[in-house]
Design a protein around this ligand. Structure first.
Ligand SMILES: Cc1cc2nc3c(=O)[nH]c(=O)nc-3n(C[C@H](O)[C@H](O)[C@H](O)COP(=O)(O)OP(=O)(O)OC[C@H]3O[C@@H](n4cnc5c(N)ncnc54)[C@H](O)[C@@H]3O)c2cc1C
Length: 412
């Protein structure tokens, strides 16, 4: 049977894949999306940040997101495990106006909504269809798929890997990864009912509670249910992940209080060693987007934002290119994606360093620093001059505080 021929083949129907596919189809390209999972399917990554709204608008799906009934997220709260200190970043107080809120999303529903938008924009979708192997041809790619148990070949001029952290294309093309300056960590999480929550708009906030060598997230998913996860360092602790979760809750007064009435809805899930970044994200006719390019850490909820941003950049690069991406275009794409990831990496390093985190937890509005840091928490990685120098000043103060303590230490 002759292979079907497309302009673009997108592997993966997560936010990166559906965003890139939609933007390309909107520009008249013939696009096929394949995903190995039938939808709806569970996925972690439930808390959006306001900067992600831009690409959702560009895709023409924002109104649908607004109408879907997701929990409105107007801010992020950071606490110590002792419960002694709380910093509340209300997005409307951030340096960049117009980014006041976003949503906490159940990914099974959110991803399905984005995929429906991609279909509406003209994309074809094959599901469940797993990309297996690939061959480079003179005009692009031939990819062997397993479509619900049957083999099938598709041809496309451009290949976009949006298949997430499995590094599908990275492995196929043997693209090396870069070591990141972060510890190896694991996470145990589940959906709970009965988790304590504030009344009113603050009840929609994400809450991040720092404990020794780790942290908890609490993300409200609807009136009843809350996603709760523990992130911890590998320390050779001999216990099941569930026991480790329960022990950490029990030894942290703030979490203990929040979880006093909590009941696990389904089961715990575990992920580990998720941080990596590829040395290259693009070649002459291929691009990696979202987690397929690299994943830093979940703490600042930047994964979906970075997925959407890289999708937009990838679509723009393809639409500007002729038959292939030249060296400058590849470099530009990699630079732009990395610039966004790097800000998030700096914030993550700040968060895990006790002395730096102490500065974050004692905000000052001298020079409007709190408002600037608040905007970065909202995902503003593309900074105006006024935001950038304030952000750099904040990082400098964090660094100075390591050697010359200026604020009280964290109490975890
Ligand atoms: C513990 C944890 C907590 C997180 N919390 C947050 C958060 O609160 N907020 C946030 O924004 N981000 C969070 N993230 C990150 C977020 O999950 C990801 O960054 C985001 O889902 C990336 O989107 P993506 O489209 O790149 O990939 P994905 O969403 O992973 O989508 C990839 C798709 O590719 C498909 N696929 C894989 N292999 C193949 C194949 N060979 N053939 C066909 N299809 C394939 C998969 O089925 C999947 O549907 C978290 C991550 C972790 C690990």
């Amino acid at each position: 049977m002759a292979a079907s021929v497309y302009d673009c083949l997108v592997i993966g129907a997560g936010p990166a894949g559906t965003a890139a596919a939609t933007l390309l189809a909107q520009a008249g390209r013939r696009v096929l999306i394949v995903d190995k999972a039938p939808f709806p399917r569970f996925h972690i990554g439930e808390s959006l940040i306001p900067a992600a709204n831009r690409v959702l608008r560009k895709m023409g799906v924002w109104d649908e997101v607004e109408r879907a009934g997701f929990v409105r997220k107007e801010g992020a709260e950071f606490t110590f495990g002792t419960g002694e200190k709380r910093v509340h970043n209300r997005f409307e107080d951030g340096w960049v106006p117009g980014l006041d809120y976003t949503y906490q999303v159940e990914r099974s529903q959110f991803d399905r909504l984005l995929l429906a938008r991609a279909r509406e924009a003209g994309c074809e979708v094959l599901q469940p269809a797993e990309a297996r192997t690939l061959t480079q041809t003179d005009t692009g790619w031939q990819v062997e798929l397993d479509v619900d148990g049957s083999p099938r070949t598709v041809e496309a001029s451009w290949l976009l890997d949006a298949a997430g952290r499995g590094r599908w294309l990275g492995r196929q093309l043997s693209v090396p990864t870069e070591p990141l300056p972060l510890h190896k960590r694991f996470t145990v999480y589940g959906h709970f009912t009965g988790v304590a929550r504030a009344e009113g708009p603050e009840g929609g906030n994400v809450i991040l509670t720092r404990i020794p060598k780790g942290w908890f997230w609490m993300i409200p998913l609807d009136e009843e249910r809350t996603s709760v996860g523990l992130v911890a360092q590998h320390e050779g602790e001999r216990a099941t992940p569930e026991r480790i979760f329960d022990r950490r809750v029990a030894t942290n007064p703030y979490m203990r209080a929040c979880m006093a009435e909590a009941k696990l809805e389904d089961r715990f899930r575990v992920e580990s060693d998720y941080s990596f970044v590829h040395q290259h994200f693009a070649g002459d006719r291929w691009l990696m987007l979202g987690d397929a390019a690299g994943f830093i850490d979940p703490v600042f909820s930047s994964g979906v934002y970075l997925a959407l941003e890289s999708a937009d950049l990838a679509a723009t690069a393809i639409l500007k290119a002729g038959n292939s991406l030249g060296r400058h275009a590849r470099n530009r794409y990699e630079r732009q994606v990395w610039a966004r990831m790097k800000v998030m990496l700096e914030m993550v390093q700040m968060y895990y360093d006790d002395r730096s985190f102490a500065v974050f937890m004692h905000p000052t509005d001298s020079f409007r620093l709190f408002s600037a840091v608040n905007a970065v928490v909202g995902g503003n990685t593309q900074m105006s001059f006024g935001l950038r120098w304030r952000y750099l000043l904040f990082l400098l103060v964090c660094r100075l505080n390591r050697h010359l303590p200026m604020v009280p230490p964290v109490k975890l």
